[in-house]
Design a protein around this ligand. Sequence first.
Ligand code: ASP
Length: 456
Amino acid sequence: MTILKFGGTSVQNAEAIRNVISIVETRKGKRIVVVSAVAGVTNKLVNIINSLNAENLHQALTYSDELLEKHLNIAKELNLKSDVFEFIKNKFIELQNLLNALDVLGEVSPKSKDMILSYGELLSSFLIYNAFLKAKKYVSLIDIRTVLKTDSNYTEANVNFKETKKNAENIINSALQQNDIIITQGFIASNAQGFTTTLGRGGSDYSASIIASVLKAEKLEIWTDVDGILTSDPRIVKETLLIRELSYTEASELAFFGAKVLHPKTIYPAVKEEIPVWVLNTFNPFKSGTKIVSKTSTKKMIKAIAFRKGTIVINISSNRMLGAYGFLSSVFEIFKKYETSVDLVTTSEVSISLTIDDTKNLDLIVKELKKFSTVEVQKKQAIISAIGEGIKNTSGIASRFFNVLKGINISMVSLGASEVNLSIVVSEKDVEKALSLLHNEFFGNLKSDDVFQKLN
Ligand code: ASP
């Protein structure tokens, strides 16, 4: 069984939806197609909620009309039957009734919010289902709210895996007896009372991963609008390569640096069951994509060079630290008190250097630290990291890494605790140069192979 998840841009118009059908057709066996709302629709539904909160019903209804138009246009371009148009119009009458009622009540509770947000996925899945039928592909449509069960933490609901598994085995498996292909919605779910909940923005990947895990699928394919995960930021580094295979740990490290392709937390249920997760491009379906696995079989030492700007380095030193105990804990107590997350840490006998991103309580933190130490703050810093499981077992990486950076001032070094990253801190103004030098050193002469693929 394969789970295929298509994001908003992959279903953004009739042409994209036809493309989805042909991609699903290239796969064999039982397939579950999990879809997002049409691109931009969830954002507009959020605008509707905001307009209601601002007591502007007129604006909310205008947005709703725009969404009606958008869905009717797609149905028209797909040349769908008249009952599809009826269904869409009725859905919007229902939505407008709901908006009018909420306006009378004068509040949009999180529960109502989820109800409104669910229209995006309910409409897109209905359109896609009918597009399949139109193309004479026999598929079933399942309302995932009958399967995916959560608690009542509206807008960020927590999944009840046990219930979901039981329902999936009953409902999805029996539908798969009828047809090999099932269409269903990402992002939405329901609680024990049957009220609609959602899994948080961008939650469709998570839905697909949950379904893959409870049904023990062979693979999960996340279809999006990029070729996969790259060795670096293509806006800075010219010759970035596509990474064909990454471990879950490597992908998580990359996410810290803002690799926006996919949030590792969302694919965790699938990875935990050792189900490989592929990131693929709907608009370039024959590219190899990136495969994320629980344990990588490739022994390539470095997979990517990533960076993160906006870092602050805090150097804390105190003579009292010499031979004393409790100093580190007093330092970290302060960061805990001000709910500020610390990223990199290095210590010596008399000093500690650490980085933070969140400057909200910086002044208060520094004030408290100064009570027992000397504190120096460096702003506009950036973390640059080489990421790869091979780092821990390969000698000579650090010397190549530092050699190539000759002339760039490095203010902190850390071989990450996970041992899959070698990180340094440099001034923000040196990021472009350092990134290009490092990328060239580790990937400059690489040709396409089993781990990397040239982009052009
Ligand atoms: N449509 C939802 C959103 O935009 C969920 C998703 O696409 O993953 O947040």
